[in-house]
Design a protein around this ligand. Structure first.
Ligand code: GRF
Length: 185
């Protein structure tokens, strides 16, 4: 049974959809939810699904303590679902082609430093884009530049605001992220 860990820093609506998708799976198990924020709502969502969770500090992330826990838990895949810290190269190297991230835009546009959450949607709005979307990619040491495995787009209208853009993007994420992960395993 493939064992999956999800790293998340915030609300965890993507993590919830993934736990929902795999809850009766015979192929893979969401074995751990790990967050760098002890008050992240994703931890409540883990409780609801009976998935073990843990919190870690940036120091534990950077010093390899989180990696040790993932190896002890025999984790096979690491999913980043709204995880906002830089993943240390050592951790990326421990999961070659086995670490997946979701970005709320059509990379390579609107990626890179500072491009997360509402900043992305504000930039898309400011640029007057007629579409936006999601990118699911493998994580390498250059972060948003890993191999793209899936993209989906949604049209935008002039009346869209960063908030309505975010809602359209979340809808795509919730619809596609779980099954794209499943197809990668
Ligand atoms: C999503 O928009 C995702 O693309 C980005 O962070 C957000 C996480 O949202 N990486 P949630 O915590 O899953 O609700």
């Amino acid at each position: 049974m493939t064992r999956i860990a999800i790293l998340a820093s915030g609300s965890g609506s993507n993590a919830e959809k993934i736990m929902e998708f795999f809850k009766n799976s015979t192929k893979a198990k969401i074995a751990l939810i790990a967050s760098n924020k002890s008050d992240a709502f994703v931890l409540e969502r883990a409780k609801k699904f009976g998935v073990p969770s843990l919190t870690f500090s940036k120091k534990e992330l950077d010093s390899g303590i989180l990696l040790e826990k993932l190896l002890t838990e025999k984790i096979d895949w690491v999913i980043l679902a709204g995880f906002l810290l830089k993943i240390p190269a050592e951790l990326i190297r421990a999961f070659p082609e086995r670490m997946v991230n979701i970005h709320p835009a059509l990379l390579p546009s609107y990626g890179g430093k500072g491009m997360y959450g509402h900043h992305v949607h504000e930039a898309v709005k400011a640029a007057g884009e007629t579409q936006t979307g999601i990118t699911i990619h493998l994580v390498n040491e250059h972060y948003d530049e890993g191999k793209i495995v899936f993209q989906a787009a949604t049209p935008l209208v002039p009346e869209d605001t960063p908030e309505t853009i975010a809602a359209k993007v979340h809808e795509l994420e919730h619809r596609y992220f779980p099954e794209v992960i499943d197809s990668l395993l």
